[in-house]
Design a protein. Structure first.
Length: 185
């Protein structure tokens, strides 16, 4: 699908997302955004969707979740001319950190960020590649708000609604923007 007829950006990007069955565990249908990133046209479209969404809003920082959220978040922060906050897996940051443990669809994990990554009142967009159970996004949200930041919106390319993460986020009255969703196989 090389043609963007009828401005179907979500469908176009979705057509570039690869499904890898049984990775990283049996029964998991991994939605791989690598093909989107490898194609300059799709990568630019993806970033432009986010830039146009946030360019007229007052944003102080973009926070990206380890690891694909780093790719999206750092480019988005650059395009919006704001700072970038990496929220990393436990043990990867060299300075004083705050941590939050959470559940994944296939285990537990902990994310951290530097204690000086943001300050009270900072307006932040929190971004990742997808929403599955919502655990990673909620952990990042909790870290940012613990330091007093205001997360104006959480964002991702893909929503996996059957795993309940987007519902969890919305039920907590946290704004969420996703571009496309995958239901079932």
């Amino acid at each position: 699908m090389e043609n963007l007829s009828n401005l179907d950006y979500a469908g176009y990007l979705k057509s570039w997302i690869r499904t890898v069955p049984n990775w990283p565990h049996d029964g998991v249908m991994f939605r791989d955004i690598t093909p989107v990133l490898q194609n300059p046209k799709t990568f630019r479209l993806l970033i432009d969707i986010f830039v146009h969404r946030y360019m007229d809003q007052k944003i102080d920082m973009v926070a990206g979740l380890d690891a694909r959220g780093f790719i999206l978040g750092s480019v988005l922060a650059y395009e919006l001319n704001v700072g970038f906050i990496p929220i990393r897996k436990k043990g990867k940051l060299p300075f004083t950190t705050v941590a939050e443990e959470y559940e994944l669809e296939y285990g537990n994990a902990t994310v951290e960020m530097h204690t000086d990554a943001c300050k009270a009142g900072d307006r932040i967009v929190l971004i990742d590649d997808l929403i599955a159970t919502g655990g990673t996004m909620m952990a990042g949200y909790k870290l940012l708000t613990r330091l007093g930041a205001e997360v104006i919106e959480t964002a991702a390319i893909v929503d996996l609604p059957e795993l309940g993460g987007s519902k969890l986020i919305k039920d907590k009255q946290i704004p969420l923007f996703t571009i496309c969703d995958f239901e079932g196989l």
